[in-house]
Structure formats: C-alpha cells, structure tokens
Write a protein that binds this ligand. Structure first.
Ligand code: MRU
Length: 378
C-alpha cells in the first residue's frame, strides 16, 4: 500500500478530509469535516491526533469556522468586520480548547486569528485563512523533513558493521502525527532511506495503543524494520544492550527543555539514563512553549477511564470492537501525558539543529532558525 497522507482538501473546496486514525490499522477511511464543531470533535475524539497534525487541522478549522459563519449569514456582509471576526474568534476558541496539552494547537489557532487581522472584509478573511492554513501545513511538513536531516547523523554515529542500530520509540510521532515525515520518526526515515541498517522497537503505548496501531502500521507501510514490544519491556531491553538510542516526539517543550509527551515517556527516560542509553526528543519549533519554564506548568490532559478499562481491536469477522479488560466495577484513571525533566534528555532535535535540553542552548538554537515558531505563546 502507498502512503495515504493524513489530511487533504475536500472535493468541494469547502471541507477538509482527514484520515480517521481511530480505525487504523484495520481500515483506511477518510472523514469529512465541514464545521468548527466537526473539527473540535475530530480533535477531542482523536480522529486526528499528534501535536503537529492537531495544529494543522485546527488551522484549517479556523478557516472552516469562518466559512460556516459567512454562509450562515447568507454570504451577505456582517454589519462590521469586527462582528464577523468576533464570531470567528468564538468558534476558534472551541477548537483551541479541544485538547489541552499539545502546544501546537493553541499556537496554530492564534496564528490564524492574527493573520485574519489583516483582512478588510469577510471574503478577504476567508482567502487569508485558507492561504495561511495551506502555508502552515507546508512549512510544518518541511520542518519535519529537516528534523530528519538534523537527526540522521545521530543514528549514523551509532551505526556498526555487525548489526542494525536499535531505536526505541514510544507512542506515534511519525507521519501520522503530522502532515508529513513526523518528528521522532523523521530521522528514522531519513536514515533508512540513506541505507543505514536500523530496527525500531515500538512500544505498544497503552491505553490507546498508538504504538501498536499507528507506529507499527506506518513503519510497515514505509518498509522500516520494527518489532512491537509491551510498554514494560524497554528497561529489560536496555539492560541487555539491545537499545542504542531512544527517540520520542513531544507535545510541548518548555524554555528549559522539560518535555511533555505520551504517558510512559518519563519511565523510558529513567531507564535510558540508568543504562547510559541516549534519550532524544524530536520536535518542530512550533512545539516549544517559551512562556513556560517548568514542565510542572504544562496542563496534562486526563481522558476518560474507559480508555483504560476497554481495549479495541478487530474480530475475526472484521468488526472493530471494544472489550472490557477488568472487572465491570473497577474504576480507572487516564492521564494522557507525562513530563520528562530536561535533566534526563540527552538532546532535542528540531528543524534548526540538535541542542542540549537547557535554556541557553534552546535559545541559541531557536535564535538561529528562520521560523517564527519560537514566538512566545500567549
Ligand atoms: O494523544 P496523542 O496520540 O495525540 O498523543 C500525541 C502523541 O502521539 C505523542 O505524545 C507523540 O509522541 C508526540 S506528538 C508529535
């Protein structure tokens, strides 16, 4: 199968189609989003997920919200542009708050609202919003491609003649988490394409199994050797010398380099430190939140306990279903992310280069880049 992509424009030019990630790896189906509510629901229900993709879909969501508001008014002018943009801002707020942890979501929505300021009227606002969403998608995909370029030498440096480089990753920070390339997997794809022998240990990533369902699927589609492991296996593999490096993605990274990522990442970082295994987080500059110093200030999403109590899969009859894995009365809690303190992070890989996870190194690296992603988020 060829790579399907994660997002595309609807045939009518007034909608967005997104790959429904809830159905992977069992089915490749696209869902059409037309309204701000559709976009908010797609983000909350994790039809689309992954910090980068959420941001890009949200940017298109602000355009769709404006289109919806314009069409509801029958295509006639609002009494003032101020009224129109106030209505768009209200709808955009709903999208921005769909999930709390990924920094890219608020960043992308705010970027769109700032771009809209330049419009003198509704039609121009629609034009600007669509154009800047396209531009964001292009520039974020390019940032991810460059993360691959920057991270590939780290893999190359670990390459040996007698065996493949073993890389452990957690959750999904690949092509499915972005418009293209991914963050953690971008260096993996770049090294694989360059012919460097490598193999990826894929953490299953309970409770939603993004590793098992998404990372394993996209690595298979792209022909990258990999093996699925239980979340708890990483420490054992590291002690046995079977992990050369850990690369994870990030949902938000603070000014001092604390990394919020999928729940369970912190445990991998602790095991990596105890076993002298380098631990990298890869992210586009848009994932930095320079308003925050400590990772303790990153809001951690808590999702419904049902995601822990139930597990989904496909039956022999091809039906996608959920089954209970605990006693009916058992309560569960479900923190979706954790924070790995900067001290445990060997380095941060972004489109501008690789740096230590500390305030001065991050400031120097982002200062070198041309991206406006480093702007302090409000
Ligand atoms: O809950 P998700 O699937 O949206 O979580 C995001 C992730 O997949 C990870 O935390 C990932 O490593 C960073 S997103 C590029």
């Amino acid at each position: 199968m060829s790579w399907p992509g994660t997002v595309r424009m609807g045939a009518d030019g007034a909608s967005l189609e997104v790959l429904d990630q809830r159905l992977l790896p069992y089915a490749v189906r696209w869902l059409v989003l037309r309204t701000a509510d559709d976009v908010r629901a797609a983000i909350t229900d994790m039809v689309v997920r992954g910090a980068g993709l959420i941001g890009n879909v949200a940017a298109y969501g602000v355009w769709l919200a404006a289109l919806e508001i314009f069409n509801e008014a029958g295509g006639t002018a609002f009494s003032s542009m101020t009224d129109f943009s106030a209505a768009v801002r209200r709808a955009a707020h709903g999208i921005k708050t769909a999930r709390p942890t990924a920094g890219n979501l608020a960043w992308a929505v705010d970027k769109q609202l700032a771009a809209m300021e330049a419009a003198a009227g509704e039609q121009e606002a629609l034009f600007i919003l669509r154009g800047s969403a396209d531009e964001l998608a292009r520039s974020e995909a390019d940032a991810c491609r460059l993360i691959g370029v920057q991270g590939k030498p780290l893999i190359e440096a670990l390459s040996r003649s007698d065996r493949a480089v073993n890389i452990l990753t957690h959750c999904n920070a690949g092509k499915l988490a972005f418009v293209d390339w991914g963050s953690a997997l971008a260096p993996v794809y770049a090294a694989h394409e360059a012919g460097i022998p490598l193999h990826v240990w894929v953490d299953e990533t309970r409770p939603r199994n993004q590793g098992a369902r998404l990372t394993a699927w996209e690595l298979a589609v792209n022909g990258v050797p990999h093996t699925l492991i239980a979340d708890n296996a990483g420490g054992h593999l590291m002690r046995r010398g079977l992990v050369d490096m850990v690369i994870v993605g990030a949902d938000r990274v603070t000014r001092r380099g604390d990394v919020a990522n999928k729940i369970g990442t912190y445990l991998k970082a602790l095991a990596a430190r105890a076993n002298n295994v380098p631990f990298y987080a890869a992210l586009p500059a848009s994932t930095f939140d320079l308003t925050l110093t400590s990772g303790d200030d990153i809001p951690i999403e808590e999702r419904g306990g049902e995601e822990v109590r139930l597990i989904s899969g496909e039956t022999a009859e091809g039906e996608i279903t959920e089954i209970l894995i605990c006693p009916e009365a058992t309560l569960a809690r479900n923190w979706a992310f954790d924070v790995t303190p900067a001290e445990l992070v060997t380095g941060l890989v972004c489109e501008c280069g690789v740096c230590r996870a500390d305030e001065s190194a991050i400031a120097a690296l982002l200062g070198k880049g041309k991206s406006d992603s480093r702007e302090v988020k409000q």
